[in-house]
Design a protein around this ligand. Structure first.
Ligand SMILES: NC(=O)c1ccc[n+]([C@@H]2O[C@H](COP(=O)([O-])OP(=O)(O)OC[C@H]3O[C@@H](n4cnc5c(N)ncnc54)[C@H](OP(=O)(O)O)[C@@H]3O)[C@@H](O)[C@H]2O)c1
Length: 343
């Protein structure tokens, strides 16, 4: 494997996530970008969409032009509902081929819940159990067993990284978790103006979907693997900035547990994870440090009530929340150094 370069195709290369993927992969020492696919702008150079990109990259092409025998890995960065149909066609025919899907198509194990949240019928139900939902820090030991990796949602990445160790170690009350997340508008993709028709979009802040945001489905699923008793309220907001997510997570610590114990538990859990930075307790936190990085910064702070703490978790939605984590998953999947192309 030492001099070999993985041959990569990207479906959805011209979207916000796709362009970040192209940017990261074009600098990755063990990668050759072979096909950059979309449905529009065929034959055009990709750098016209993003000044960071080199002029020498492949031109935009259709997915049906890809020579699959020559590709090792397909990243799918498409709107929800497209990847399951594409993977279904390729999975059995090309047994060498691996997939990293950045949409929600393989995140939800129960296809009925997928249909309820995403309003789409799943056409590759048999493949859902062959896929792995992978927050990279949490799935390192088993990721090489899978050909389909489901990259988690951006909000759930910021939230689960902060909460998973504390739930696992039973340091907090399970039925009293309130999550207030703020995201830049790139989270809605390049057609954000069609998706959100709010007045003064781009200069104002909006709360949306407090009842049933789609990302609650994958968080419910993953938390319930640890305990069926977990209850959380999740309220996302759009803020007038392009990229970045800040999740403020209000928790009730268990009796006798100190803030130091909570910070210590997080530090120990992530002691070998280069991208997770656990800050000193009571450090104020924003997205500034994490933009354009694959890092997640986490800070635990006291509130005016002894038992209540707030945990701040900051990521870049397009990097650790999407393209960066997908590259990290790829590195793990192909037994490359986890941080390669990401530092
Ligand atoms: N934005 C985020 O922060 C974020 C974070 C985590 C996960 N995700 C997920 O990642 C995926 C991509 O998100 P995004 O924000 O990059 O979306 P986007 O900006 O809307 O880009 C979508 C891309 O898919 C292509 N495309 C659309 N329909 C297609 C089809 N039927 N066949 C092939 N290509 C098609 C588009 O190209 P054309 O315009 O040429 O059709 C474009 O390149 C979504 O599933 C999203 O939920 C996004």
């Amino acid at each position: 494997m030492s001099n070999y370069k993985l041959k990569i195709a990207i479906a959805g290369a011209t979207g916000y996530v796709g362009l970040d993927l192209v940017n990261l992969l074009s600098k990755h020492p063990k990668i050759k970008l072979v096909n950059l696919c979309a449905t529009k702008n065929l034959g055009k150079q990709i750098h016209i969409f993003d000044k960071r990109l080199k002029k020498t990259l492949p031109k935009i092409s259709r997915l049906n032009q890809v020579k699959w025998n020559e590709i090792d890995l397909l990243f799918l960065s498409l709107p929800n509902g497209a990847a399951h149909n594409i993977i279904k066609k390729l999975y059995y025919k090309y047994s060498h081929l691996k997939f990293i899907d950045l949409s929600a198509d393989f995140r939800i194990k129960n296809h009925l819940i997928y249909k309820r949240y995403y309003k789409k019928k799943h056409n590759a139900k048999n493949l859902i159990n062959n896929s792995l939902y992978s927050i990279a820090e949490l799935k390192k030991k088993i990721i090489t067993n899978y050909r389909i990796i489901s990259n988690p949602g951006c909000y759930p990445t910021s939230i689960q990284l902060a909460l998973y160790p504390l739930i696992k170690k039973k340091l907090i009350k399970f039925d009293d978790i309130i999550i207030d997340s703020k995201s830049g508008y790139s989270g809605a993709g390049k057609n954000y103006k069609k998706k959100f028709k709010y007045k003064n979009f781009g200069s104002a802040t909006f709360a949306y979907s407090p009842m049933s945001h789609r990302h609650t489905a994958e968080m419910d699923q993953e938390f319930k693997k640890i305990s069926k008793k977990i209850k959380f309220v999740f309220n996302p907001h759009l803020v007038p900035t392009f990229r970045g997510i800040l999740s403020s997570i209000y928790i009730h610590k268990k009796k006798g547990i100190t803030i130091y114990k909570i910070v210590d538990a997080l530090k120990k859990f992530y002691s070998r994870d280069k991208f997770i930075k656990i800050l000193k307790q009571n450090t104020h936190l924003g997205t500034g440090n994490v933009l354009n990085t694959n890092n997640c910064e986490i800070s635990v702070c006291n509130t005016r009530y002894e038992n209540k703490l707030v945990i701040f978790s900051a990521i870049d939605n397009l990097v650790k929340g999407a393209a960066g984590q997908a590259v990290q998953n790829m590195n793990l999947m192909f037994k490359l150094k986890e941080t390669l192309g990401l530092k």
